[in-house]
Design a protein around this ligand. Structure first.
Ligand code: NAP
Length: 349
């Protein structure tokens, strides 16, 4: 593929997701980290002098880079955004208007009509919104988003079984503390506790999942008609969102057909051999006590969704447990896979 590696930047490079971006992009075969941006708190500092909070050592590739102010024009054309949502709206718009391709994690533009909310295995056709977005906004750049970290796990699971026409879905999440950024939830609030409220999360899961599974109609996505009800909780887990899901179908599959659909699910990233694509996007676990965050979430470099306990549901048709890595498949890894798909489809030329 591309040689030499394409220079890329990271907006919000110092946060939980920004640090995951650094890990995902260091040594990447197609991309090379050339620019890091963050707030005035970090501006002017060498990246090695800032607090590194991941267990994998800081990659050599970034140690000497100096964190810059988030000013469009100085960064490479392709920038990944891990900006705090309070500043992402203005900054991402300014970067896209100035000609940057912004591959974003932030929530701000996910539900905009002309913005792809992309999971490469699920809705690669939604990238067709990009030229419509550029025309309507008058931008030479563009914004492409990845889903909320809990929505991506659910959307991948439902995409694998969409041929059976999901009608009603209930989901209860047990979400890791890394999903709240750094420093996130106060330790005295979360240690030994469950917090049954994550501001805005239930609405995001409900609306984003329907957009991701929706149908592209010329200049907009028609949301999937399923009825979806989400409840979200924060639990004292470092990484990995666990989700308890029940689903009813228009065409109820057999138990074997449902397992086969999960296990055989595959998409364009697998066909194209994209560098960050897991061999299998969904891994079905048969042990009755799996998936578990501690045992499973780091497998497949955090890019697969793990599904277990698939069984009949006396209220809806089937229920199961799903698990995904919130800062990898739910954030930085998802965005890198989005950019890889765009590169493979010649959208970054
Ligand atoms: P975080 O740890 O709080 O990091 C926020 C980043 O934004 C930091 O790099 C911070 O820089 C930067 N920033 C804040 N104000 C800024 C300003 N005025 N100008 C420029 N940069 C500024 O948050 P996070 O968990 O990494 O999340 C980042 C984004 O990804 C959020 O929009 C979040 O909703 C989304 N997201 C997070 C997850 C997850 O699992 N954590 C999953 C999916 C999506 P300084 O360090 O210099 O302050």
């Amino acid at each position: 593929m591309a040689s030499p590696r394409l220079n890329v930047g990271i907006l919000g490079a110092t946060g939980m997701v920004g640090q995951q971006f650094v890990l995902q992009l260091a040594g990447h075969p197609w991309f090379r980290i050339a620019w890091l941006g963050a707030s005035q708190r970090s501006e002017g500092k060498k990246y090695r002098d800032l607090a590194w909070r991941l267990s994998t050592p800081l990659p050599d590739e970034v140690t000497d880079l100096t964190v810059e102010a988030p000013i469009p024009g100085r960064a490479p054309r392709l920038v990944f955004s891990a900006l705090d949502a309070s500043v992402a709206e203005d900054l991402e718009r300014d970067f896209a208007a100035a000609g940057h391709i912004v591959v974003s994690n932030a929530r701000n533009y996910r539900m905009e009509q002309f913005v792809p909310l992309l999971i490469p295995e699920v809705n690669p056709d939604h990238l067709k919104l990009i030229p419509i977005q550029q025309k309507s906004k008058g931008w030479t750049g563009a914004i492409v988003t990845n889903p909320n970290c809990a929505a991506v796990v659910l959307a991948m699971a439902l995409a694998a079984v969409r041929q059976f026409e999901p009608k009603m879905v209930t989901i209860t999440t047990l979400q890791a503390v890394s999903g709240a950024g750094y420093p996130g939830v106060a330790s005295l609030d979360i240690v030994g506790n469950v917090i049954p409220f994550i501001d805005g999360e239930e609405e995001k899961i409900e609306s984003e999942t329907k957009k991701i599974l929706g149908s592209l109609r010329s200049d907009r996505v028609e949301p999937h008609p399923m009825v979806l009800s989400a409840q979200t909780t924060r639990v004292p887990i470092v990484d990995g969102h666990t989700e308890m899901v029940s689903v009813s179908f228009g065409t109820k599959p057999s138990h074997d057909d449902l397992i086969a659909a999960f296990s055989q699910f595959s998409g364009r990233p697998q066909k194209q051999g994209l560098p960050s694509a897991p061999a299998r996007p969904i891994i079905c676990l048969t042990q009755p006590n799996r998936p578990q965050p501690r045992l499973d979430v780091e497998r497949e470099k955090g890019m697969a969704v793990f599904i277990g306990r698939v069984r009949p549901c006396p209220v809806l048709d089937y229920k199961f447990v799903a698990l995904g890595h919130n800062t990898v498949r739910g954030a930085a890894g998802a965005a890198v896979l989005n950019a890889e798909l765009m590169m493979a489809e010649a959208l970054l030329d």
